[in-house]
Design a protein around this ligand. Structure first.
Ligand SMILES: [Zn+2]
Length: 148
């Protein structure tokens, strides 16, 4: 059996993630478990078809308890954003873009826009989901400009 000390010096390790991991609630566990696998899923009512976010036990439209977990397209547009500069956000080298993303499915999702300079973000800019690693080996969905 091979151990790390048997071989030539290993390549330098990738920097450890500094982003704080998600706080997982019972209703949203499915969402974070999927994100760890780089899958972007949401909750849809099994009776009336309404998408709901954040996940919750009961449909706010028809009061059904019939929840369906469905894949989301991962495509949306920037509804609005802010750049929190002070105090410096923990876990980020540079202030992140914190944005409300309007998803194709009709729900809004608060996330970060990455791979985008602070002066490049625009209202209604098309974005697509991607994933970033966090501490404790988790991943969170974030968005990048479509086509990047
Ligand atoms: Zn419903």
């Amino acid at each position: 059996m091979s151990t790390p000390t048997d071989s030539a010096p290993a390549a330098p390790a990738a920097p450890k993630p500094t982003r704080i991991p998600p706080i997982v609630t019972l209703d949203a566990k499915f969402f974070w478990d999927a994100a760890d696998q780089e899958q972007f899923v949401g909750q849809k009512c099994g009776d009336c078809g309404l998408f709901t976010f954040p996940p919750r036990p009961m449909c706010p439209q028809c009061f059904s308890l019939n929840r369906q977990i469905v894949p989301l397209s991962g495509r949306g547009t920037v509804h609005g954003w802010t750049i929190p500069r002070h105090p410096a956000p923990f876990g980020f080298k540079e202030a992140p873009i914190v944005a409300v993303i309007q998803l194709e499915e009709g729900i809004r999702f608060v996330s970060n826009v990455v791979d985008c300079a602070h002066d490049e973000i625009r209202p209604d800019m098309p974005v697509v989901v991607t994933f970033e690693a966090t501490m404790n080996n988790h991943k969170v969905p974030v968005f990048k400009p479509a086509g990047k």
